[in-house]
Design a protein around this ligand. Structure first.
Ligand SMILES: NC(=O)c1ccc[n+]([C@@H]2O[C@H](COP(=O)([O-])OP(=O)(O)OC[C@H]3O[C@@H](n4cnc5c(N)ncnc54)[C@H](O)[C@@H]3O)[C@@H](O)[C@H]2O)c1
Length: 369
């Protein structure tokens, strides 16, 4: 086990992508669990998917902060949200100079594999220029620990499973994956050159309430509600290591509190304080089983009527460019270093999603035709 060398109590933490799915859940968890924490959130609120979900997440965060810190001055002291682009160096530099964050969690990115085929610019801007700006700011403003999102996509079509952080990952099959691998390389160089402790996290297919509408479980639900066909890729012969968002957040919060140790090598230069971990469920599920559980939970939550004819709306189609047949996380290093591995079952996780969906969009009886 590693030692926790960073206490988050009373610290200022910068979370980029704070209105995003994982970012908003992280901010919520930090406010609930860490006394005196001050959080600066930045997000461009882009319209890659329905921006109302981002506003809804921010509203929930504002409500939580108002509950924890009732006075207006107090509220403004502990939570600040900035609508801004991390690819804009001036904005970012100003934010670091003003707020002096001790820990930075970079979750802002253009996500999605398929979208990178039609919109490559968005990936270069947010994932490369934005990430470079974050590194430069960490360098000049003496950040104690940079934690950043990488992705299971870096494994490309790795044949060996489970995917280990010791595997060679030099064969990305999408631009998204290439930018995430580049983040790890850039972080390594900055850790070595400027002794910046950094930890990269390869997340595996994250899902949960108020998640991303571009992801399969959410998109399938929207389509089934509209009576449209859902397309199941690779004729259903795909396996995914689905990871519930609370499990991801638990991993991030633990990892934030341990910055890789600084040390000098025999040459007198820093040994890079640099680590990369997988955070995944370590239990890949077959896509057809996943769709089956989703169906059951959508009926249970009354998102769809009990007599819904699922077979009519399922279409098995070939593999799509950029997709991979399996993702499967080896989480041994996470367990050894942090005594933790994700464990929420797909049934429990999809149940929470379906219940949230019913509340947010209405139940089957209240569907607006
Ligand atoms: N959800 C997953 O399954 C998954 C899997 C692997 C990796 N990741 C990574 O985790 C991170 C968070 O993912 P998420 O699922 O919460 O996605 P998300 O799209 O919900 O959140 C990302 C947020 O970043 C914001 N953003 C994008 N570009 C920005 C920019 N240039 N400046 C400021 N804000 C910007 C977006 O508006 C969005 O709110 C991303 O880096 C993503 O690549 C996610």
């Amino acid at each position: 086990m590693v030692n926790y060398n960073i206490s988050l109590e009373g610290k200022t933490v910068l979370v980029t992508g704070a209105a995003g799915f994982i970012g908003s859940n992280l901010v919520k968890r930090l406010f609930n669990d860490v006394p005196g924490i001050r959080i600066i959130g930045i997000d461009s609120l882009n319209n890659y998917y329905d921006v109302n979900i981002k506003f809804e997440r921010l509203q929930q965060l504002n409500d939580l902060v108002a509950k924890l810190h009732p006075g207006k001055d107090e509220r403004e002291k502990y939570w600040k949200f900035v609508k801004g682009n991390i690819a804009d160096m001036q904005t970012l530099n100003h934010l670091f100079a003003e707020e002096k964050p001790s820990v930075v969690v970079n979750l802002a990115a253009q996500a999605g594999v398929r979208y990178s085929i039609t919109n490559p610019d968005a990936y270069i801007e947010s994932n490369l220029i934005g990430f470079y700006n974050i590194l430069e700011c960490c360098r000049h403003h003496h950040v104690e620990h940079l934690v950043y999102a990488s992705s299971s996509s870096v494994y490309g079509s790795n044949k060996k499973v489970p995917y280990s952080t010791d595997d060679k990952v030099d064969n990305p099959v999408s631009l998204y994956a290439a930018t995430k691998k580049s983040n790890e390389l850039l972080a390594h160089a900055y850790s070595k050159l400027y002794n910046i402790p950094s930890t990269g996290l390869r997340f595996f297919t994250v899902y949960g309430p108020a998640g991303r509408p571009d992801m399969a479980y959410f998109g399938f639900t929207n389509k089934l509600r509209r009576g449209e066909k859902i397309q199941i890729y690779n004729f259903g012969k795909c396996k995914r290591d689905f990871t519930y968002v609370d499990d991801i957040v638990e991993g991030v919060v633990r990892i934030m509190q341990h910055a890789p140790e600084k040390a000098d090598g025999e040459d007198g230069l820093p040994i890079p304080p640099y680590k990369v971990y997988n955070i995944g469920n370590n239990n890949p599920e077959n896509l057809l089983d996943f769709v089956d559980i989703l169906q059951q939970e959508l009926i249970r939550a009354n998102v769809l009527p009990a007599n819904y004819n699922f077979e009519k709306y399922k279409e098995l189609v070939p593999m799509q460019p950029g997709d991979v047949p399996v993702t499967y996380a080896d989480t041994t290093p996470l367990e050894e270093d942090f005594g933790y591995k994700p464990s929420t079952s797909l049934r429990d996780g999809l149940r929470s999603f379906a219940e949230w969906y019913a509340k947010y969009y209405g139940t089957a009886t209240t569907i607006v035709k």
